[in-house]
Design a protein around this ligand. Sequence first.
Ligand SMILES: *Cc1c(COP(=O)(O)O)cnc(C)c1O
Length: 273
Amino acid sequence: KVWERYNIKFIFVDTTNPANVQAAVTKNTKLIWLETPTNPLMNITDIETIAVIAKSANALLCVDNTFASPYLQNPIDLGADIVMHSATKYLGGHSDVIQGCLMMNDAALREKLYFIQKSCGAVPGPMDCFLVLRGIKTLHVRMRQHCENGEKIAHWLRKHPKVAKVYWPGFEDSAGYAIAKKQMRGFGGMISFELKDESEKEVKRVLSATHLFSLAESLGGVESLINHPASMTHASIPKEERIKNGLSEGLIRLSVGIEDADDLIADLNKAIG
Ligand SMILES: *Cc1c(COP(=O)(O)O)cnc(C)c1O
């Protein structure tokens, strides 16, 4: 809606199948942008394979690395040109700042983007920078705990009789497992799931019945959050588009924090019933 008016064209494809990306690339392609794992369905794209496609097309590859954080995944080492982080999430880690960053190891590209940043005004304030820098000091210990808790809760949810499906990249039988295993050092604390009873009433009941998981948008903080993508984070995507992409009306997303895993499980157990 914004950049198309500048004559920039966008094509959306499912990047989990590199053939889709290859088929969409034209001589005009300047940039391939991917996200892995994706929000909120945890789909995994092979960064190395897409980097080869980008290189042969003379296009840049940018990877949204927000869900993994640099502790779990380093796209530049896999051939990406630019890595984007929502620093609002794991880098900040305390749900008290909104910030983003682009990482690259090419001085000329950095110079170009830095010029745009300073000329157009996307310059973060000192307090925001302080909060993100303070957050990064504990990124490694937080991520370890997010991963440990995430693994416990994902496996627990999968065994729950009222849960129909769990989305978490660490399940050995999930579609992206082999690639996730190859390019990530852990699977993080983001989990989505569907209840067997997908009625609006039941989904709403569960969403409002947790105590340790606060019902809120955003993710990646030390405190656990529960979210309903269809009415919250992804509400601006038209319903048909959401359904087409597998995002059901009943999907519930968890950002598992660093609290005691058994406390979190007890909280979910009480809420799901
Ligand atoms: C939150 C998020 C963004 C947007 O970041 P903001 O800091 O909220 O502007 C982009 N990508 C992913 C994967 C996110 O989770």
